[in-house]
Design a protein around this ligand. Structure first.
Ligand SMILES: *Cc1c(COP(=O)(O)O)cnc(C)c1O
Length: 490
């Protein structure tokens, strides 16, 4: 083990410190007076004792092992790992925003309220919805909120038998999960060979027990559902609502709007489409927009613009209630607002053009070397199948691991589940042609290695700090705590 890889505990030497504080010139209260005995440890905590320099080197070394959008290409499908402009960060750190307290009275936070109100309006314009709430704290949270709104709508109409939410087999895993958490049964609608929703099957499923159809368009295979208007008619005629998963909206900004396609509810992931650094579990923001007939159920409070300024409005008789303490993740609102304002309408349209162009360029360059289950033009992302390589003994997981040797974050793999040995690639609009070409060159080299030298792919990665891991054990039995023992049992 090199020094670089040692745990901070292993660097520890008795008596070494990383701080130098002046002596106390007041008498310290006894610890016993501050903390009742039952809360105290029997033994002092075993903390590492290291110098400031050791500590700085330790964390700097750890940070270099991370891969982020700022360090390299990150084509993780359905995650929209695009570049997040630093001006967003500057805006979020302005003291007037960063130092706000959620209990401050409304008259002191008029700027923040105006920003939120204005952001809502922008998102309404982008999605074609009548009103947006910024409360939900993630995409999945937005899905759940949207489904609770649909539930409230049906219940208010005395329509108590709508227990089912229809979800395509290519859907993001959070869709059926949110449906179940919101108290519905998730029913799967098949895709055709073309990768689009099977309309005949949808007709069979839609009925008086349908609460909603959850869909994203372009779908998770990166394909545009051309028959969306027919689908909307089928669901609406059955008395259900249409839910739009807008987590990755960078193919449609300024091009088309869920509201115009017939959707009644939509969530957006500000942390994906509207540039907040994400990954690693948060924070996120999943605003929800609705058409007029669902407005009465929106989470309270809603922001209103009155003559004397902006106010929080709590008196909403049919609200589903609050879905988040306070008002949502405000820092992400500031970033999204800054992004939308700096891009402008034409800039957002350009985002879509570029995202779609980049994905199609890569699809066509990789097409000769990998199986492509869907050959039509894609939108912001596309899927390949590693079926051909699997016959040579190289699995999609091996290809993903080999990509690490080239310094790339691998694409999403084995998802959507309806594509065998799936690789799902989302380049995003912010990457240069040179980067796209270098990545394609690496993919093509790996495809050639699978034929000529499969071991090098099967045993990858070769250049990373840790080699191939037992991912099942890592997921099932994670050891996250350091304990002073010679061996950690697995
Ligand atoms: C990322 C994503 C989600 C979930 O968003 P979170 O913020 O991670 O909860 C839902 N749907 C799609 C299509 C996504 O890509």
């Amino acid at each position: 083990m090199t020094k670089d890889q040692a745990l901070i505990f292993e660097l520890s030497r008795e008596g070494r410190t990383g701080h130098s504080l002046p002596d106390m010139d007041v008498e310290a209260p006894a610890v016993e007076d501050l903390l009742p005995g039952k809360f105290k440890r029997k033994e002092p905590a075993e903390l590492p004792q290291v110098s400031e320099l050791q500590l700085v080197r330790h964390y700097t070394a750890l940070s270099r092992r991370n891969h982020g959008v700022d360090s390299g290409f990150y084509p993780l499908g359905s995650c929209t790992m695009k570049y997040n402009p630093k001006v967003n960060e500057d805006a979020a750190r302005l003291p007037g925003f960063a130092h706000l307290h959620p209990y401050q009275p409304e008259e002191q936070i008029q700027g923040a309220l105006e920003l939120m109100y204005s952001l809502q309006q922008s998102l309404e314009a982008v999605t074609g919805m009548d009103q947006v709430t910024l409360q939900p704290a993630a995409g999945a949270h937005g899905e759940w909120t949207g489904l609770m709104l649909i539930r409230a709508y049906h219940e208010a109409n005395g329509d108590h038998g709508r227990t089912k939410v229809i979800v395509p087999d290519s859907a993001h895993g959070t869709n059926p999960a949110s449906a179940v958490v919101a108290g519905f049964e998730a029913v799967t609608v098949r895709s055709t060979e073309e990768g689009l929703v099977d309309l005949e099957h949808l007709r069979e499923l839609a009925g008086s027990d349908t609460a909603a159809l959850m869909l994203t368009n372009p779908n998770t295979l990166g394909l545009f559902e051309r028959q969306i208007v027919e689908m909307a008619d089928i669901i609406h005629e059955a008395g259900g609502k249409l839910y739009y998963d807008g987590a990755n909206s960078n193919a449609i900004l300024g091009m088309t709007r869920p509201g115009d396609m017939g959707f009644d509810v939509v969530h957006l992931n500000l942390h994906k489409t509207f540039t907040t650094p994400h990954g690693g579990g948060g924070p996120g923001s999943g605003p929800v927009g609705v058409k007029q007939d669902l407005v009465p159920y929106l989470p309270a409070p809603v922001i209103r613009k009155a003559q004397h300024g902006y106010t929080f409005h709590y008196d909403i008789p049919e609200t589903i209630g609050r879905v988040k303490p306070f008002y949502g993740n405000f820092g992400i609102n500031v970033r999204a607002y800054t992004y939308i304002r700096t891009m402008g309408p034409e800039g957002l349209r350009q985002v879509s053009r570029q995202a779609v162009l980049n994905a199609n360029y890569m699809l066509r360059r990789l097409e000769p070397h990998f199986d492509t289950p869907y050959t039509q033009h894609c939108k912001h992302e596309f899927v390949l199948s590693g079926k051909r390589q699997k016959k040579l003994g190289v699995r999609t997981l091996d290809i993903a691991k080999r990509l690490l040797d080239f310094g790339y974050h691998p694409p999403t793999i084995y998802f959507p589940v309806n594509v065998e040995e799936c690789l799902m690639i989302e380049p995003t609009e912010t990457e240069s042609k040179e980067t796209l070409d270098e990545f394609c060159d690496a993919m093509i080299q790996i495809a050639q290695e699978a034929e000529s030298n499969p071991e090098i792919v099967q045993d990858a990665p070769h250049t990373t700090v840790v080699g191939r891991m037992d991912e099942t054990t890592a997921a099932r039995k994670p050891v996250l705590r350091w304990e002073k023992r010679e061996t950690v049992s697995t």
